[in-house]
Design a binder for this molecule. Structure first.
Ligand code: TYD
Length: 205
């Protein structure tokens, strides 16, 4: 595994993907690899500015299609200025959420036809990940982690029903586009989760 790689971490809130991603990045760096840790929406100066806009009250109420177009605009900036140059240098890019989140949040849950996003991705030549790690866990585990992180209010905002809907949408996406998906049992300890990610990264290339 010495050429550039593009690995994304996906999963519902409370799955622990950000913590696991940071630990995986540390282990990869110990082997001498250059690792670029990034996230979506965001990950570059322009894309972070678009993320701030997306998080405003006004944009939260915009049509979902407008949100998707802005997320895609941010993705183009992120790809051009952060992801693609890093892959070309031979780095491993670890990204917290990517196109699967758009298929899940804007298409499956938000009602934008899948075909719109498929076509946008094709037209804009959006680089697809080499590996997509899907974090799976029961609602009760996610809830207790979010409570421990004092994010209870945020969870309340989305509520358990919404969380279950999201987890279901992740299962749908994993079945609908399974090619580079590897499932991660995110209910286990951080160390065991990191080991699963590590094995998937090594097995996939
Ligand atoms: P963030 O606080 O980064 O979420 P998390 O910590 O759970 O990763 O917020 C990102 C939000 O953006 C999250 O609610 C999912 C949403 N999102 C989309 O709706 N579509 C997308 O394409 C992406 C990348 C994220």
């Amino acid at each position: 595994m010495n050429s550039g790689r593009f690995v994304v971490f996906e999963g519902p809130d409370g799955a622990g993907k950000t913590t696991a991603m940071t630990a995986v990045a540390g282990r990869l760096r110990e082997t001498g690899r250059e690792v670029v840790q990034t996230r979506e929406p965001g990950g570059s100066t322009g894309a972070e500015a678009m993320r701030s806009l997306l998080m405003t009250e006004t944009l939260q109420h915009a049509p979902v299609l407008s949100q998707l177009l802005l997320i895609t605009a941010a993705r183009v900036d992120h790809l051009d200025t952060t992801i693609l140059p890093a892959i070309q240098r031979g780095a491993v890019v670890l990204c917290d959420r990517y196109v699967d989140s758009s298929y899940i949040y804007q298409c499956r849950l938000g009602g934008v036809p899948l075909d719109v996003l498929d076509q946008l991705n094709t037209l804009l030549k959006i680089r697809m990940p080499d590996l997509r790690l899907f974090f799976e866990l029961p609602a009760a585990v996610a809830l207790s982690r979010m409570t421990a992180r004092a994010e209870k209010n945020r969870f309340d905002l989305h509520n358990e029903e919404r969380w279950l809907e999201l987890a279901d949408a992740y299962r749908w996406r994993a079945e609908q586009a399974p090619e580079t998906v590897r499932r991660v049992n995110a209910a286990l300890s951080l160390e065991e989760v990191v080991t699963q990610c590590w094995e998937h990264i090594h097995e996939s290339g």
